[in-house]
Design a protein around this ligand. Structure first.
Ligand code: GDD
Ligand code: GTP
Length: 434
């Protein structure tokens, strides 16, 4: 059997996701139409014998209660949230909540960072782990020279045994292009043995440090509360036949800020369009699925009655996500890389590309939204433009509107952040609108 742990972090993080993280914790921000960590959970649920996933973080419990209830039901596995009183580090919570995690005696433990997008090759990884990688296997990817490997954990592995020979967390000088993807599988019991060893050594040492006397008194649990999986465990075991590296070549990216969320959305849309086009019956990734749900009306409840009836359809470019309750007017052009949330209305002549439009927004006729994230219940007026330079590394600039922002007709917003509940009556460029 197997279990999953997703490290969701806490409120002190996610500041780069303001203003969206005012309304929702970062791990639940929709990427390609689904909460960031629902992608993780859906992949975990595909692992044979995996029946429980624990979300570990230091957010208030209530922020995850609906999500936990809904996903448990939807995926048919148990999803729980366990709260750390303070940040315990990437392995501290796993140590602290060992009873919950070890209950049911799972043989394998998947540990996933919340802020990564990936094809999550978990079954392949598990097969590798059983054959070569016990007690701990790390998922790794080779990044191109332009990929700034030094922003990650950098590794050197043995070319035949796949053993981890060297590991440096965010090195100052170049170490290797093989980076830690923040996705692990551990053999549960031997992994806890490593944690216990680290803790007991640490307790002894801190007695020597503080008193100057040699004493073997165990200082107890409090000293082991903060444990970093990278520096405190993985780095201590390089070259000791304990940590192994599973390298893969599929898509992977980190999601630290909103521009990265757009990039992750694009990668997921392309991935799902290929791998599982019918992933959720309720969701639509392909234009043809959308046709029966098109907005069509003779009434004038949005726009100026310019919505056409009959067979005319919007134009879709590439895989896009449009929630089944969103209404898209004929004459709108959507894609590539667009996610439109539940209850949204998009008027005729509107042009959307490289954007995430969260629930209940209205994009009026002939508006343009590009390289942007539009917060919940916002309204983009007719002929308005909300745009950014793009998500590529060279020029990574997007616009982000908080919830309930109203952008009046004709206004142009470029490379700007707009806080919730603002009404924009004039154009803005490269600004933070408070
Ligand atoms: N529960 C809990 N408690 N989660 C935490 C804590 C904590 O105290 N601290 C961090 N996390 C979670 C974050 O939410 C995130 O999902 C993950 O652990 C790692 O976050 P960071 O500690 O900010 O590290 P990082 O993302 O800069 O780098 C790590 O991930 C990279 C891959 O994305 C390192 O492991 C790198 O080596 C790695 O390349
Ligand atoms: P490509 O470069 O191949 O995409 O050519 P295209 O002419 O199809 O450009 P694009 O896909 O960007 O635009 C599609 C439609 O959106 C065209 O009919 C454009 O006139 C229209 N369009 C372009 N910019 C804007 C804009 O700022 N606002 C609105 N409402 N429509 C626009």
């Amino acid at each position: 059997s197997a279990k999953g742990v997703i490290l969701v972090g806490g409120g002190s993080k996610g500041t780069r996701f303001r203003p969206l993280s005012f309304d929702l914790p970062k791990p639940l921000i929709p990427i390609a139409g689904k909460p960031m960590i629902l992608h993780h959970l859906e992949h975990l649920a595909q692992v044979p014998g995996l029946d429980e996933v624990i979300l570990l973080g230091f957010y208030d419990e209530h922020m995850f209660s609906d999500f936990v209830a809904n996903t448990s039901k939807h995926l048919g596995i148990t999803v729980r949230y366990l709260r750390e009183a303070a940040a315990l580090g990437t392995a501290g919570g796993i140590w602290r909540y060992r009873d919950a995690i070890q209950s049911g005696s799972p043989e394998a433990l998947f540990i996933l960072h919340c802020d990564v997008a990936s094809s999550f090759p978990l079954n392949d990884m598990l097969a590798f782990h059983r054959q070569h990688g016990k007690p701990l296997t790390v998922l790794a990817k080779t990044v191109p020279p332009s990929g700034d490997a030094r922003a990650y954990g950098c590794m050197v592995k043995h070319s035949e045994t796949y053993e981890l020979l060297h590991y440096v967390e965010k090195p100052e000088t170049w170490v290797s292009n093989l980076i830690n993807c923040g996705i692990y599988v551990a053999e549960t019991n031997s992994f806890y043995a490593l944690l216990d060893k680290t803790c007991s050594e640490r307790s002894r040492w801190s007695v020597i440090d503080s008193s100057g006397n040699l004493s073997s008194t165990n200082l107890g649990e409090s000293d082991c509360s903060h444990i970093r999986l990278e520096q405190d465990i993985i780095m201590q075991y390089e070259g000791r036949k304990t940590v192994y590296v599973y390298e893969h070549d599929d898509f992977w990216c980190q999601i630290k800020e909103p521009a990265a969320a757009l990039l992750a959305s694009k990668l997921y849309l392309e991935h799902y369009a290929k791998s599982q086009p019918n992933i959720l019956a309720d969701y639509a990734y392909r234009p043809e699925v959308l046709v029966p749900r098109l907005y069509s009306s003779t009434s004038d409840d949005f726009g100026r009655g310019s919505v056409t009836m009959g067979s005319a359809t919007p134009t879709f470019v590439g895989p896009v996500f449009v929630h089944s309750t969103a209404r898209i007017a004929a004459g709108a052009k959507i894609g590539p890389n667009v996610s439109i949330g539940a209850g949204c209305v998009v008027g005729t002549g509107a042009r959307l590309f490289h954007c995430i439009v969260l629930e209940d927004c209205v994009i009026r006729e002939h508006a343009l939204v590009a390289n942007s994230i539009i917060g919940w219940s916002s309204v983009i007026g007719p002929w308005a433009r909300v745009e950014g330079d793009g998500v590529e590394r060279e020029r990574r600039q997007i616009s982000v509107l908080g919830s309930h922002v109203e952008c009046e007709g004709g206004v142009v917003v470029r490379n700007s952040i707009v806080l919730p509940h603002k009404t924009l009556t004039t154009s803005a460029s490269e600004r933070i609108i408070l």
